[in-house]
Design a binder for this molecule. Structure first.
Ligand SMILES: [Zn+2]
Length: 237
């Protein structure tokens, strides 16, 4: 008799999808598989392997998981006619030679003029600038509202992290958060602003994070994990 499947939501740092753990009486070894339609990683565990050991093993497979995801899902270059997520909504990229070179967003369309061969560069720069502008503003507003001191905010494209906070309080975000729904971005902002007070993930940190975030922290984190792989493909040729 096998135990019923168990969902481990957000339990494994470094893995982009939630893991469904299944104890299998006849399994000979640990196995991880992508369940693409359900957006899950299925972890098969032989009966004699401890759950702890199985999860430790799975957490080390992030490189393999990322590689699998990159293979099944194509890159999403910033090309005219393509759609990309922005604030969680699909936005059409349109090239119009007569339009201004600075991209403009209106009614679900991001229009950009100028030479076609520089289209992707201009859109990429605009996305990054827009991300910086919004994340700086969202961080400033949340900090001010909670009486937490302001500190420098920058954006980059760090591999696996969506945000980080240095000992001096400087926050760095991944610009791709602009592509995520606002409530997901707000969760990352609340997380990093909470780090300005607690540079750890202790009880005090979690209490402050919940106070700063006006929503379901676990739900937002899980959604970011689910959509993360796609956000990372946008703009890759
Ligand atoms: Zn943290």
């Amino acid at each position: 008799m096998s135990e019923p499947p168990q969902l481990l939501l957000g339990a494994l740092a470094g893995l982009p999808w939630p893991v469904e753990l299944r104890i299998h009486p006849r399994a000979r070894r640990l196995r991880l598989a992508l369940d693409e339609p359900r957006g899950l990683l299925r972890l098969t565990v032989p009966r004699r392997v401890s759950r702890r050991a199985a999860l430790d093993w799975a957490a080390q497979q992030s490189g393999w998981v990322e590689a699998q995801l990159a293979r099944i899902e194509p890159a999403e270059p910033l090309a005219p006619g393509a759609t990309i997520p922005l604030d969680g909504e699909e936005v059409l990229l349109r090239w119009d030679e007569a339009a201004p070179r600075t991209p403009r967003l209106a009614d679900g369309v991001l229009s950009c003029g100028g030479p076609a061969e520089r289209f992707a560069d201009r859109v990429a720069r605009w996305l990054r600038d827009e991300a910086r502008r919004r994340l700086v503003e969202e961080t400033r507003i949340l900090s001010a509202r909670s009486g937490i001191a302001d500190a420098p905010v920058s954006v980059g494209d760090a591999g696996t992290r969506w945000g980080s906070c240095s000992a001096s309080g400087a926050i760095r975000y991944n610009w791709r958060l602009l592509l995520a729904p606002a409530y997901v971005r707000a969760y990352v902002v609340a997380h990093e602003v909470a780090h300005r007070v607690h540079l750890n993930h202790g009880a005090g940190f979690h209490a402050l994070q919940s106070e700063l975030y006006d929503g379901d922290v676990a739900g937002a984190r899980l959604e970011l994990r689910r959509i993360g792989p796609r956000l990372k493909r946008v703009g890759r040729a």
